[in-house]
Structure formats: structure tokens, C-alpha cells
Design a binder for this molecule. Sequence first.
Ligand code: MTE
Ligand code: MO
Length: 375
Amino acid sequence: MQEPFNAEPPRQALISSYITPVDYFYKRNHGPIPIVDDIERYRVSIGGLLEKHVELSMDELWKLPKYHVTATLQCAGNRRTAMSKARTVKGVGWDVSALGNATWGGAKLADVLELVGIPKLSAISSLGGKHVEFISVDKCKEENGGPYKASIPLRQATNPDSDVLLAYEMNGEVLNRDHGYPLRVIVPGVIGARSVKWLDRIDLIEEECQGFFMQKDYKMFPPSVNWDNINWSSRKPQMDFPVQCAICSLEDVDVASQERVTVAGYAVSGGGRGIERVDISVDGGKTWVEAERCQKKDLPYVASDELHSDKWAWVLFKAVFDAPEHIEIIAKAVDTAANVQPESVETIWNLRGILNTSWHRVRVQKASPVVKSNL
Ligand SMILES: Nc1nc2c(c(=O)[nH]1)N[C@H]1C(S)=C(S)[C@@H](COP(=O)(O)O)O[C@H]1N2
Ligand SMILES: [Mo]
């Protein structure tokens, strides 16, 4: 989509490496991509309930300890197109590639907040603030021309272990314009919508952000809720994402041209829960085989002595089968809390089409044998 600019890579490209190259990393925008080019004069303002408002330059952020966090960013709308096939939903259509796994470099939000006087691990500040709001410089029609914004609980923002970053690097390079130059938030394990790009302001606030994307979007409703009976305030904004996986080595429907088919893809869970295993079925879910976990190679953008965490990253998986005549191949992942993906999309259908984490299915047909010519 040109306006706003939204893009995802082909399935095969997505899993061609453990770290997603910037060019293959999905892009999701709600308004025009802003240009912030005067880096000398760029400041991120920190205020809200704070007694003293502070402005930080990039120089000051670069001076803070630099962390590398390898984290999968996933749009809540990933796999929406498949959900809309069950029943129509509202939202941008995505196949299975509205996510990517990058090594983000930047300052920890917990360090930045400490710098402005909010101690580590605070759940509520002495000034009454319980949430931290991120405000962008872009302008969105959903916000009536105002900036994109989101918030996270203060507890998460001040906890160094939650690895929330003010990132200025992606895969060892300066963050590019599409992904939030010069500075963006990365909230690992949480739907992409909270990782605000082109950061302008950080505010300590009492209650969660009242912006459109927190209050009127990105909430998970039950299948009974439709556009006539929706009550937005009855639900909380979606934060962590649930366990997810998808097969990327095959399209739906694919033709197997060889005797063997390779079933490969990604699996990831939110909230810092790792992936325990991925099960594959080639007989419609009657029997399952555990997929192999692909060895992740050295992290190309991290030196061994650097501060690094990859607990928020996806795993790539692979299994190889004989190609029968007609098969439905299914993948489902289990996370370290033993959460399993739901079997059918109908049971998790919701009007905004978010968090389609149902078992991922592709159909494969064996190619008809090539008839040898006598010529
Ligand atoms: N300022 C701003 N931040 C934003 C958005 C946006 O439209 N504007 N989109 C959000 C959504 S919904 C997602 S999924 C991620 C996408 O990040 P990416 O484009 O770097 O992949 O950014 C989030 N941050
Ligand atoms: Mo998103």
C-alpha cells in the first residue's frame, strides 16, 4: 500500500536469515513518513507529570550505556487476510510476514527515566504517574491530524529486564526513515503498535494513553462483538502477543515439484516467553512430528563483549517430509508457558482482525509426473 506506506516481504524471503535484513523488514505506517533531518537540533522531550521537563539530544542518548536487543517485532494484524476469509474484518490485509527479527541498538528506557529522576523498578512515581506515553512526530487521520501515540505501564518502562529501548540502530546501522529515524521505541514481546517510531516526546502520565490506537483500535474482542454492539471501553489495549507460528517455505496452495517437501517457518511468543517446540502435521492434524530448530548463527551485528539479550527473538524451524498426492500441512507452536495456538480461526475471530494465531495451514499438491517426450 502506497499511502500510508505498508509492505511485507514474500514468505520465503522472510525466513532466509535469522536476522531480518532491513529491506525485508515489514513496514507499517498510519500516516506519511516524516522527515527528521536536523539531527543536531533534534531533541526528545521528557515531561508530563515530571516536575522538571527535560530535553535530550542524540548526543546525550549516545552517551548512555548502549544495549543490543534481538527482538521480533510483530504487527497485531499479521495473518489478518486469513482471518477475513472466515468472516470479514476491518483493517489492512497481511499475509504471514508482518513481522521481522532485528537487532536493535540503543539506550534502555529504564536508564533514561532514571536520568530524569524516576528510579528503576518504579510501579508508581511519587508524582502519581503510572504509565509512560510515547508521542511521535508523524500525523495520522485517526488522531484527527495529531501524532501517533501509545503508552506502557511505568513498571515495564523502569524495569531494565523488560529491555524497552530507545533505539537509534537497527541491525548495526543507523535506523532508517521507514523504521523511525532518528529514534524509536522498541517494546519487546508486545504488539508492534506500541513501539512508537520518530519519537518526539515521552510523558509520565497517570492513566494509560487515551490515543486512538490505544482506546479505539488494537483491542481484542470476542467473536460475538460486531460494529453495532461494540463498546470500546469494555476492553483493555492489547499489549503482549500470544504464541504464533507460520510456515514460510510454502505458499497456499503450492505444488511440490520434488519427492520431498520442506516445511520451514518461524515461531515466536510474546511477553518474553520462549518457544518450547513446533509441531507439524501432514495428515490434517491426526499425527504430529516435532520440527527441528534451526541453529541460529552468530549474531552478525553484536560483538561478544556487548550488552545483549535475545530472549524476545523468534526461532526458525524446519521439517522434511515425503510429498504425498494431496496434503494439508499444519504447524502449531507451544511456548515455554505451555500455551498452544488455537486450532481454528473462527474461535478467535474478532472484528478488527487482530492476533490471528490459529494453526497455520498450507495445502500442497504433488506435481503431475512429467511426460517424457520421444523426440
Ligand atoms: N509513529 C508511529 N509509530 C508506529 C506506527 C505509526 O504508524 N506511527 N505504527 C506502529 C505499528 S502498528 C507497527 S506494527 C510498528 C511497525 O514498525 P515497522 O514499520 O518498523 O516495522 O510500528 C508502530 N509504530
Ligand atoms: Mo501494527
